[in-house]
Design a protein around this ligand. Structure first.
Ligand SMILES: [Fe+2]
Length: 227
């Protein structure tokens, strides 16, 4: 059988990749029905996420198949999923679990403190990386092992939100967020995330921004660690 690409089998259309399709539907549902708490910027961000996603779902694009990859933190994924099915995010968590063996977990930082390398990983679902290509929207997951401190960082030109699927996290010491809370980081604002000491945390995230801001984004911490 002849293939045009040596390493990768032909990618299916999104409509045929059932687990991926339903996972993206969960993202769309979350960004449609999560309460906005009266915040206009959050409402605008949610609308942008679901509109861009709806357009992609309607277009029925081909999907890519990134090589699955694990990192030290992903040893906690099973526990995070087990905890998450007891939360209001249960359906989202179950859709995530179906795709878990296919996820490509990454660091995204060139220089990562050793402690963070054991406790943090992210996996893109949609965006310049991930299963579905998109220039102006990124969707994915972040996984934190127990007792993780995700140091201060920011994303210039990119608006970020997290939906807590499992576990409990605090951001900037301003509050504790549990499923199905949404955390919102306006473009360019610095944020530090901490997780509880005893359980992992799994968060879905969305980035919106101009295509050049997303394509040119480099993950950097706000301050160099003194070590
Ligand atoms: Fe962030």
């Amino acid at each position: 059988m002849q293939t045009t690409q040596d390493q990768m089998p032909a990618a299916p259309h999104l409509a045929d990749d059932i687990d991926l399709f339903y996972l993206l539907r969960e993202f769309e549902t979350a960004y449609r029905y999560a309460p906005t708490g009266g915040s206009a910027p959050i409402r605008a961000h949610m609308r942008m996420v679901r509109e861009r996603l709806a357009k992609i779902l309607k277009a029925g694009p081909q999907t890519r198949m990134p090589e699955p990859a694990s990192l030290p933190a992903t040893r906690h994924l099973g526990r995070a999923l087990d905890n998450g099915v007891r939360e209001p995010t249960e359906i989202f968590v179950r859709a995530t679990a179906k795709l878990a063996p296919r996820l490509r977990w990454e660091y995204g930082y060139e220089k990562l403190p050793a402690a963070l390398a054991r406790k943090y990983a992210y996996a893109d679902i949609l965006g310049p990386g991930g299963f579905v290509d998109c220039a102006e929207l990124v969707l994915g997951f972040v996984l934190f092992a127990p007792g993780c401190v995700y140091p201060s960082h920011r994303h210039d030109g990119i608006t970020e939100s997290y939906i807590v699927l499992s576990g409990a996290v605090s951001e900037n010491d301003l509050g504790v967020f549990r499923p199905p809370s949404m955390i919102f980081n306006a473009a360019g604002t610095t944020h530090t995330i901490r997780t509880s000491l005893h359980e992992p945390a799994l968060l879905a995230y969305a980035w919106t921004g101009a295509a050049d801001a997303i394509a040119g984004h480099t993950m950097k911490f706000t301050r160099a660690r003194k070590k």
